[in-house]
Design a protein around this ligand. Sequence first.
Ligand code: AMP
Ligand code: MG
Length: 491
Amino acid sequence: MTASAQKFDFDNSYARDLAGFYAESQGAVAPAPEILLVNANLSNALGFDPDALKSSAEALSGSKAPEGATPLAMAYAGHQFGGFSPQLGDGRALLLGEILDKDGNRFDLHLKGSGRTPFSRGGDGKAVLGPVLREYLMGEAMHALGIPTTRALAAVTTGETVYREGGKKGAVLARVAASHLRVGTFQFFAARQEWEKVRQLANYAIARHDPDLVNAENKYLTFLTRVADRQAALVASWLHVGFVHGVMNTDNVTISGETIDFGPCAFIDTYDAQAVFSSIDRNGRYAFGNQPTIAQWNLARLAEALLPLIDPDDDDNAVRLATNVIEGFIGRYTDIWLQGMRAKIGLASVEVEDADLVNDLFTAMESQELDYTRFFRALAQAALANPTPVTDMFKDKAAIAVWLATWAERLMRDPQDPTERAAAMDKVNPIYIPRNHLVEEALAAAETDDMAPFHALLDVLADPFTKRDGLDKYALPAPASFGPFKTFCGT
Ligand code: AMP
Ligand code: MG
């Protein structure tokens, strides 16, 4: 027996409180919507019934808005690769509405690929299967790694052919997010000098993400600091696991601090601060090691949009206050990053000189062409007095020997015993990440209706820290035959 469709208990604050910040819109009617994937874990956590979601292809493709939904396309602007577009907005996406989980946390339910909206410009409003599955997989991998992220609730095929350098299968991703407020949402109204709207938006964002600030003094400045802190933590966690977002435009930077819009993203295999995977990032603006300074640049754009709120009477003072926050970002980021790096190299204690130890490690790793993820798992072996797996990864064995000796001295001043330390390291250093060749293989199989590799990979990535038998291939770098990796599927 097929379950009846999911009923959603929407509470749509964005539609209710922010008239003028969006365009009401309906999804395109898909010719033959079919549920391809339902995220059972997430649906349980949100109080949905996975079986009912499996009977909700019409709602989750945007073909027919479910009862209580207020489908809308959000307005936003954005700096894309440094250049400002005053009007972007949801050109192929809809916010269906918001739902509250059992703890009262509010989530957006959002569709991507649901057809044209007033913000579509020349676009078709559609999405295709490969990128939808990539976003699904990457979001789940990030979540399992403990990194804040939007997550897929379902993927639906539409039965339509969508043209992207040839005909592709049309698909829609249903995702949830703490909200879809972006730096670019603020920029949209600031660029039009609609300062009352910027204030209204900031008040909304504060109520939603920083409710303790609602009645605080200097709340807009503190709000900027909070967003900066969340981005610092987010980007630090990306660097800990080797993630390259690929399109850190201001319209892809959330106020909530969640990873959003997985386009041409990828995990590095070989350690390289300059790593770039996106075919559209020709100048390496969003390279692996550039992400912290780009985050700072993006936050400066948010700061600009908030200036008249920070001090309505004194522009110079507003600039001074906001500049302090932005200038403090790299220090804040570095503290968080260093604390995470301490854990990655097995330190439970804190010494100021740890910064040198960690930086020396990265210097030693440069040009060694070693696998970033495998290195840290091997280092847990070195913590158990078996340095061979680490040393074997280095071309310059002398350089790593010097570092290992300094590290061993530092470990003597750390409270953990070796077994405890190695176990703690394995809890923060994943063994399984979405390796590019495996992601490509899974997406290629899905194109031919074979979802088995996708499901297998999704299962492995759901528990990235625990080594399991029979999964060796998921822990290995790409074979040489895979060649240098480029992602082309931004849309
Ligand atoms: P993205 O690269 O997905 O972050 O999107 C950047 C902007 O382009 C957003 O305003 C999107 O809504 C818009 N966009 C991307 N793809 C399409 C499409 N196929 N049709 C309409 N708008 C699109
Ligand atoms: Mg985007």
